[in-house]
Structure formats: C-alpha cells, structure tokens
Write a protein that binds this ligand. Structure first.
Ligand code: DX5
Ligand code: ZN
Length: 214
C-alpha cells in the first residue's frame, strides 16, 4: 500500500517544510488538493503556490483537482511540476480531451469519482488513464468520516482493471486511517490518501509505517 499524505491538513504557513517533513516521514506521494470554491464549497491553492513548494521534495506530486474546468488549467499544473493529475468525471471538462492534454505533457492522468458517482462511469476511459481516485468522503474538506460503502466500488473497479489487464492504480481519499486501512487494501486500494490521520498523529513517521504495513 502506498501512502499519500493530504497536505490539506498541514500548517500552510510552513507549506514547504511540511512537504519535507512528510518526505522524511516516508510518504510515497504528496497529495495536493486544489479547490476552486465552485466545484466544491472550499478554496485552497493553485499552481503558483505549488510551483513554490515543488523544490522541497523529489517525491511524486499527486494533484487532485476539485475544480469546475480542469482542462483550462492543465498546462499551469504541469508547469508547476505535477507528476499525476486527477480530475473529476463530474467536472465540466471533456474527459477524453482533458486526459489527452495531461498525457500530452508527459504527466500521468487519473479520473476521480464522488461518492454518488458509480464506478462504471469511468469504465470507458480506463485504457487511457493511470489512476482512478475513489472518494470515500464528499470532496471539499478534510477530517470527515470514512464511507465504508464506497469499498464495493473499489472492488468493481479492481475487477474491471484486472479483466482488461490494465495498469491502473486505485487511490482512495477521505477519512482513511488505522481503523479502515486494512479494509481498503482488501477491497483493492493501491494508494491511500491520509490527511488527518497523518498530520494529527504524534509521530507521523510511525503512523505512515503502520499504514503501509496493512
Ligand atoms: C477532501 C480531500 C482529501 C482530504 C483527506 O476533499 O480530497 O484529500 O483532505 O483528508 P482526511 O484524511 O482528513 O479525510
Ligand atoms: Zn484529495
């Protein structure tokens, strides 16, 4: 299991150092939540801020775009150093066009599904993408409770990916911690995002190691 701490829970006055701290604590990916106050009812940061903190680690920048028109901003996030860009199937941008734009920049592409969106909605795009991100909370805020009823969607996706012999990672995001990481793994999650569980831990290094063990 790969662990991607969500920087949404970090001390933003020390954004760069927080990234470095997570790197040293053993994070596999840095999960960066971009919110536009329109697709979701919250605003975080954009590509210019990401560009400033890019130099604090060599680890994968896993950029989760919770914005209405991702296609418009793909170049900006690629220029800022994204390694993986995931965007919502529920956004206003054309999925194929957006995936092509991301891949054309040599960056990995993924689709995200909100809790009410069925797993099957991304089936037509599976052979074009590198990752599917299954939201296990409603996107917008950290610190919410894990929705265990999203795990059947992970199982459905895993079965389809295996059936088609594809190399697509499944990421899960929202409310993940020690009390549900094993269930996530069993369902087929490859990458677990964890915000609160890692940042509120007394010893993030130990927590990341324990989460990875599951
Ligand atoms: C929610 C974000 C998540 C969230 C994870 O919209 O996409 O990445 O911050 O944080 P926790 O682990 O606290 O739910
Ligand atoms: Zn996220």
């Amino acid at each position: 299991m790969l662990i991607a701490p969500s920087l949404l829970s970090c001390d933003f006055s020390r954004f760069g150092e927080e990234i470095k701290r997570m790197d040293e604590a053993g994070a596999d990916y840095m999960h960066l939540d971009v919110m536009d106050g329109h697709f979701v009812p919250n605003i975080t940061f954009g590509a210019p801020v990401m560009k400033y903190v890019r130099s604090f680690t060599d680890k994968v920048f896993d950029v989760h775009l919770m914005i209405s028109e991702p296609l418009k901003y793909i170049d900006d996030f690629c220029d800022a150093g994204a390694d993986i860009i995931t965007f919502h199937i529920e956004s206003d941008s054309n999925p194929v066009e957006t995936i092509k734009k991301i891949k054309g920049r040599g960056v990995k592409a993924g689709l995200v599904i909100k809790p009410k969106t069925p797993a099957e909605s991304v089936f037509p795009y599976l052979d074009m993408i590198d990752m599917v991100l299954v939201m296990t909370v409603e996107p917008g805020f950290g610190g919410q409770s894990f929705m265990a009823d999203m795990l059947p969607k992970v199982e459905t996706l895993k079965a389809e990916i295996n059936k088609k012999h594809l190399d697509v990672l499944i990421e899960a995001d929202g409310g993940i911690g020690m009390n549900n990481i094993a269930e996530c793994k069993k369902a087929g999650v490859d990458v677990a995002v964890a915000g609160t569980a890692v940042f509120k831990a007394e010893n993030p290094k130990e927590t990341i190691a324990k989460l990875k063990e599951c």
